[in-house]
Design a protein around this ligand. Structure first.
Ligand SMILES: *[C@@H]1O[C@H](CO)[C@@H](O)[C@H](O)[C@H]1NC(C)=O
Ligand SMILES: *[C@@H]1O[C@H](CO)[C@@H](O)[C@H](O)[C@H]1NC(C)=O
Length: 490
């Protein structure tokens, strides 16, 4: 176990050692020895205490398979600043009955890989090469089908315009710009089930001019320079897998709930939208950049929001703006300054514990509501996987499922005895992962460890939404911290 200086960025290139660095390294080596000695004493006493605690759990297999009954939690619905969150394909989605072909787990995992690639490219492409003008970047977009939002995602409903129209949007902490499909769809729109938003029917809609300072905020939110059409600012955003939205950048009245209204909310009124977003009419940008809904409502909510994603796909969770409803048990870890993009929320991952084995790790990790499966650095994943496998030898391994390489055939069982898994973040914040966040199932014949390894250390680690389920997660941008509280949907 080697702990390095916490303030150094994780993604850095190797340098050839000079004499002074060798001296410095030997000094560090000594320091590590001293610290490690102290630490192992602490760990021994921790291990003693742990031996009494429960490291294993026996869980009914039926609890891993998705239910067809909606069991919403109603407690939070009427709270101040609170919106109900439902899984896009779950039984609580008002649209789910209309989905003709349900999405398979393989498809979800394929889409998850696309989202990962998109996040990776936003982090690694330098700012100057990234900000292409809209025409060039839209023309060179890959013509692949499918998209990163048609997967394990969560939907909230907000009100837009006067009179107010309800819009079902995908909540996304990985982007800043909020957009929705707009009439008259002068380019093209995908089919949606809510009525399409029509700016001409709203008395509070206004265009943003190309020369305004608002228009100049677009590049950092979208990665594209804005366009200009009859003096109106035009945005364009693409998501790496062929899906995109282009349209007028505009201001409109936003309504979250009664008495919670925001004039002049900046959003994208999408005239050309491509991708199969299924039931959603657009996207709610919860990122940390200036155009996100969090930044735009800062006066009222102080740049704080929290959510709880419901367990499996049957319940409903919530998204709450402001400090209302934050659990007293919440534990905070510092948010790190992000590398490469102002949008993402980064924290420091220091360990994982599987059963009674603690694995030290050192990685910055993006908290993302839209990525499904947690991604770890290759060595960290290997250690997790090998430890997990060693604890699960009584069950037969079966073929991998897409990006998941540790799958079991549990067809001869009605329950599974598995080690508990928890993640350790900076400042001693330990977050337990519920069983349904550790194993995901297509059937009893295939239940897989719901983590995956990156190809190399330069790729970002991401905390996915399967692992986030049932935890209240608090994003406090004002104080630069991220909080976790177990059993957060209750
Ligand atoms: C906004 O701009 C578009 C395109 O320039 C124009 O067609 C539309 O009438 C404008 N809407 C308002 C409310 O000014
Ligand atoms: C289930 O049990 C049967 C009978 O003992 C055995 O032949 C089979 O291999 C088992 N299957 C699995 C996947 O464990």
């Amino acid at each position: 176990m080697v702990e390095k200086d916490e303030r150094k960025p994780v993604l850095k290139s190797e340098m050839a050692p000079s004499n002074s660095t060798i001296m410095f390294l030997s000094y560090c080596f000594l320091l590590v020895f001293i610290v490690a000695g102290k630490r192992s004493a602490i760990e021994r006493s921790e291990a003693k205490a742990d031996a009494i605690a429960h490291h294993y759990q026996t869980v009914k297999l039926s609890s891993f398979l998705s239910s067809s009954i909606c069991r919403p939690s109603t407690k939070r619905d009427k709270k101040y600043g609170s919106l109900k969150v439902v899984h896009k394909h779950g039984p609580c989605s008002k649209f789910s009955k209309n989905i003709i072909k349900p999405i398979t787990m393989e498809e979800i995992l394929t889409h998850d890989q696309s989202r990962f690639d998109a996040i990776k490219s936003r982090l690694t492409t330098t700012t100057t090469t990234r900000k292409k003008d809209i025409k060039t970047s839209m023309a060179t977009m890959p013509a692949t089908s499918g998209n990163l939002f048609n997967s394990g995602n969560y939907i909230v409903t907000i009100g837009m315009g006067t009179p107010k129209k309800d819009l079902s949007l995908i909540m996304d902490t990985g982007s800043d710009l909020t957009w929705t499909q707009c009439q008259p769809c002068s380019g093209s729109c995908y089919s949606q089930q809510d009525p399409m938003f029509s700016p001409s029917l709203s008395t509070t809609y206004s265009n943003i001019s190309c020369t305004s300072t608002e228009c100049s905020l677009l590049p950092s939110a979208t990665g594209n320079l804005p366009g200009c059409r009859s003096l109106t600012c035009v945005y364009g955003i693409q998501y790496g897998d062929g899906s995109y939205s282009v349209g007028e950048f505009a201001k409109e009245k936003l309504t979250l709930s009664k008495n919670e209204e925001f004039d002049n909310f900046m959003f994208g009124c999408g005239q050309t939208n491509e991708g199969d977003y299924g039931t959603a009419t657009g996207l709610l940008g919860l990122g940390s950049g200036k155009l996100s809904i969090v930044s735009q409502t800062a006066n009222k909510y102080g740049k704080v929001f929290s959510y709880c994603l419901p367990s499996t796909d049957s319940g409903s969770g919530y998204l709450t703006f402001g400090k209302s409803g934050i659990s007293r048990n919440v534990k905070y870890t510092p948010l790190l300054t992000s590398l490469g993009s102002s949008t993402f929320f980064n924290v420091k991952l220091v360990s994982m514990t599987i059963g009674n084995t603690r694995i030290a790790m050192r990685s910055s990790m993006i908290m993302d509501s839209g990525t499904v499966i947690t991604r770890l650095p290759p060595k960290a994943y290997l250690a997790l996987r090998n430890t997990f496998r060693a604890e699960m030898t009584r069950y037969p391994l079966t073929k991998p499922l897409s990006i998941l390489d540790t799958c079991y055939d549990l067809s001869n069982h009605t329950d599974v005895r598995m080690p508990t898994i928890s993640m350790g973040f900076g400042q001693n914040v330990n977050v337990g992962i519920q069983p349904q966040g550790a194993l995901i199932a297509t059937s009893r014949e295939k239940m897989c460890l719901a983590f995956t390894g990156n190809d190399d250390d330069s790729e970002p680690s991401i905390y996915g939404n399967v692992q986030q389920m049932t935890t209240q997660i608090v994003y406090d941008m004002a104080e630069g911290k991220l909080g976790f509280s177990p059993q957060g949907c209750e």
